[in-house]
Design a binder for this molecule. Structure first.
Ligand SMILES: [Zn+2]
Length: 866
């Protein structure tokens, strides 16, 4: 028989049947009566259900909005799943042994019945407002952030006062009466997105990492079932935050709360879509139910002061504070993407220490670190400390640029909006895809490549866009979004739909984003492969690169929209600088070659020192003869800007005494004061130069290249920096032969000894920090002032905010400003919340200086240097 949506009555009957079959596992109660006299049913599920209230609990609420049937349907399926599996599935058994589920399948029975029987699109309850209109939006009728409204006909009418409705009042009474609830999930449709709770601040909360991770870990389970990825979005400035909702009420009581918006339609095709939504959410619900204990009183407390101790191009050391407890160890998780899960898959360390060094990382790459602790006896885990973000240092020869489009070079062009397409540039959002109002719509982004040398060698490229579809942008499961590099010759006007539509594409990036992965609140990235990088390379000469972003162009029968919205970062509704689309390019530049003739050669044996000769071997007493080569590095540019990419010493041999012994010769990089036999014998060896010449080589080749390894190149840079003469010794390896000599061409020969150095010009060290950092309040906003360093390599400052620890990396927090000014306002920060701001100065590489930080609302000195 075809499965169809359960009615309120069928749900009540289902619950009664469960109780009669599994009285030890489930009990039910009516927590209140609706205006029309229906019972609001709540089920409690736990192993030995009579003890349920003693265990940490998760609260599930469904169908608070009448037309969002998924809530009731998922609740019925989840209850059924738990009861059917507790005896056969160890995970279900374990979860129900330690945790309790409180579940209200349908919080709005009157509205739900009205929606099922009469008007499917009904949202509110069925209160008679007395003026001919009906209904209150129950999810605006809770007390936290409640906003009074007079428009009773509105779909979001909040009711005469908070908790005026029997449904919300029943929830309040139930939740207020239970102190064991630690997690609350409120199920809605549609959008395939999680909305974690907020405190009406556009700032991180101490539980922010927990809330995001709870959702990300649900995503981890969802992905295993259907491959889908839900969005995770707390709402961001200046978007109006939802007020008077259940979620914020639960959160205000210390409960981790989130709304889950499921599916792409309120009332989808059951077999095709609803079953999929249910199946993907059940493992996610089970995982979250198991987390209830980790937010309870049994849980260890969270780690404090989790921060970056130091970092290089390939290592990061983290440290944290914790009151010693021999039973508690720490788990560290690492992600490279935004809002990813913390599960077995990315657990990188377990330790009893309060520090950890992560190794073998990529240079110039973003990493996110998470930490929680585990009680080894009870296995109960702590909440997460606020996460730490970092970008590792660039390698010595690398440069990077993050480029944003100018406002007039980013926007969308739509086939049905030919007259207004020009106005879509630099304003609010990119709409990409197809719908009935806009027709086909493409995103257009042009980036200025002026700051990158034409001959740059591109190493890595990442394009980033921030998707933000809210309810008015539907994404069903079809189509994909792709990015192409456009031949600029074929586009003279970015605003011209026809030109963009018909543009010649140089390359469409192989990576596309299918609809089920494209979701709001999580950055979308395109990482270019080598063919695509080569195409971008050709655009360096053009000084600009133009991208076209395409989505689906056709709609199936009965669908009206498949349109994705991305933040553009400009305009009143744009999210600001933090959310602007960008292209990140990591590159190096071709090296230059310099040939340095030898300054001096000396041959040194026990009884003889000969200038301008280069001889090595053994004398009549089997004592070694050494050849010393000295080079003056002053033809190289300023050592602070010289990165040696390759180097070798080239020597030619004149003659050698014949022998059958396997003698080998090698070159050492040495530190000696003078050319005497004693100092050579007692030399400080810096490094072997990586090549050795055998007797056979001497016979075969006349020219020999002694090639520097990585360490020798660094040593050569050091000698250059110290303004010293670089000295090398050529010598035979051990042998007991006598009277064996190799003559090399010395200083006076035509083919004299050479040091060949390939190098690039690049600053090694950051410029000096900013100074005079101060904080003030101006027009009710926090304002930061500072003095920029007076250095010709100064390119700008980067300002970052963090509520929990001093940012020691420019990515470790919310970006407030990047540019050349000497002040900025924090447009979104709450002036009543304590926090840190760090300001980094950067050069053209960029290398970031040591930060200066300022604490807002802290007792310490206002400004202090780290
Ligand atoms: Zn809803």
């Amino acid at each position: 028989m075809k499965q169809q949506y359960k009615s309120y009555q069928q749900t009540c009957e289902f619950l009664a049947e469960c109780v009669s079959k599994y009285p030890d596992l489930i009990k039910t109660e009516s927590i209140g009566k609706t205006w029309e006299g229906r019972d609001i049913m709540l089920a409690t599920i736990s192993l030995n259900v009579e003890n349920a209230d003693l265990k940490p609990a998760m609260l599930f609420t469904g169908t608070i909005h009448a037309r969002e049937w998924i809530g009731n349907e998922l609740a019925v399926s989840f209850i059924d799943y738990l009861l059917m599996n507790y005896s056969s599935n160890p995970k279900v058994l374990k979860t129900l042994t330690k945790n309790t589920l409180y579940i209200v399948p349908c919080l709005n029975p009157d509205g739900f019945e009205y929606s099922k029987k009469h008007f499917s699109f009904w949202r509110k309850n069925r209160r008679d407002n007395g003026d001919g209109t009906f209904g209150v939006d129950l999810n605006r009728n809770f007390s936290v952030g409640y906003q009074k409204s007079k428009d009773t006909a509105s779909n979001v009418y909040s009711g005469p006062n908070p908790f005026s409705e029997p449904e919300t009042l029943a929830m309040k009474k139930f939740v207020d009466g239970k102190d064991n609830i630690t997690i609350a999930l409120d199920y809605h449709s549609q959008g395939n997105v999680f909305f974690p709770a907020h405190k009406f601040n556009h700032e991180e909360e101490i539980e922010g990492t927990d809330l995001n991770t709870l959702c990300a870990n649900m995503n981890y389970e969802i992905k295993k079932v259907t491959g889908r990825r839900y969005g995770i979005h707390r709402g961001k400035p200046p978007t109006k935050l939802i007020s008077g909702s259940g979620r914020e009420y639960y959160y205000s009581r210390g409960i981790m709360a989130a709304v889950v918006e499921v599916g792409t339609r309120n009332i989808p095709d059951f077999m095709q879509n609803m079953q999929e939504s249910i199946d993907e959410n059940i493992p996610a619900l089970l995982r979250t139910l198991g987390e209830a204990q980790n937010y309870s009183k049994q849980a260890p407390s969270r780690v404090s002061n989790f921060h970056i101790e130091n970092y290089t191009a390939d290592e990061v050391t983290l440290s944290w504070d914790y009151e010693y407890n021999k039973d508690v160890f720490f788990q560290i998780f690492r992600n490279t993407e935004d809002k990813e899960s913390c599960t077995e898959a990315n657990l990188i360390a377990e330790t009893y220490n309060t520090f950890f060094t992560d190794i073998q990382l990529q240079s110039g790459t973003n990493y996110h670190y998470f930490i929680r602790c585990v009680n080894n006896l009870t296995k109960v885990k702590s909440p997460f400390a606020p996460k730490v973000k970092i970008k590792t240092l660039l390698d010595a020869d690398e440069f990077s640029k993050t480029i944003f489009s100018a406002p007039n070079e980013i926007g969308y062009v739509a086939s049905k909006l030919l007259e207004t397409n020009r106005k879509h540039f630099g304003l609010n959002s990119l709409f990409i895809g197809v719908n009935e109002n806009k027709g086909t719509s493409y995103g257009v982004m042009q980036f200025d490549l002026d700051g990158i040398p034409e001959n740059a060698i591109i190493k890595d490229v990442r394009i980033s866009l921030y998707p933000l579809n809210r309810v008015n942008v539907k994404i069903e499961k079809f189509g994909e979004w792709s990015m192409s590099i456009v031949d600029k010759e074929t586009v003279s006007e970015l605003y011209d739909y026809e030109q963009i539509h018909n543009a010649n594409l140089l390359e469409t990036l192989g990576q596309t984003i299918p609809s089920e992965k494209l979701t709001q609140g999580i950055w979308c990235h395109w990482d270019l492969n080598s063919t695509e990088k080569n195409v971008l390379q050709t655009q360096l000469r053009e000084k600009k690169v133009l991208f076209k972003i395409s989505g689906p162009t056709e709609l199936p029968e009965g669908r009206d929209s498949q349109m994705m919205m991305f933040d553009l970062g400009y305009g009143n509704f744009g999210g600001g600088i933090h959310y602007r689309p960008s292209i990140d390019i990591k590159y190096t530049i071709p090296s230059q070659e310099i040939v340095i003739d030898v300054l001096k050669t000396t041959s040194i044996s026990v009884d003889k020192i000969e200038q301008d000769e280069l001889i090595c071997g053994f004398d009549a007493n089997n004592e070694k003869i050494y050849g010393l080569m000295e080079f003056d590095l002053s033809p190289l540019p300023n050592p602070e800007e010289t990165i040696i990419t390759d180097s070798y010493i080239q020597i030619k041999n004149k003659s050698a005494t014949k022998t059958k012994e396997d003698i080998r010769y090698n070159v050492e990089f040495v530190d000696v004061d003078d050319a005497t036999c004693d100092s050579i014998k007692n030399r400080d060896r810096i490094e072997f130069i990586g090549y050795e010449v055998s007797r056979a080589d001497l016979q075969k080749n006349k020219t020999h290249k002694f090639i520097f390894d990585h360490y020798s190149k660094l040593a050569l840079e050091d000698v250059h920096r110290e303004n010293k003469i670089a000295k090398f010794v050529i010598r035979p390896t051990y042998s007991d032969i006598k009277n064996h000599i190799v003559k090399w061409h010395g200083k006076d020969s035509n083919n004299s000894v050479k040091l060949v150095v390939n190098y690039i010009k690049r600053r090694k060290e950051p410029i000096e920090s900013i100074s005079n950092l101060s904080l003030s309040l101006e027009n009710d906003k926090i304002k930061l002032n500072w003095s920029n360093p007076n250095n010709e390599d100064f390119r700008g400052v980067y300002v970052v905010r963090n509520r929990f620890h001093i940012p020691k990396n420019h990515l470790d927090g919310d970006k407030i400003y990047a540019g050349k000014d000497n002040y900025t306002y924090d447009d979104f920060g709450n002036k009543n919340i304590a926090k840190y701001y760090s300001v980094f100065a950067y050069d053209n590489v960029p290398n970031y200086s040591e930060p200066l930080y300022v604490a807002h609302l802290k007792k310490e000195d206002d400004v202090a240097q780290i």
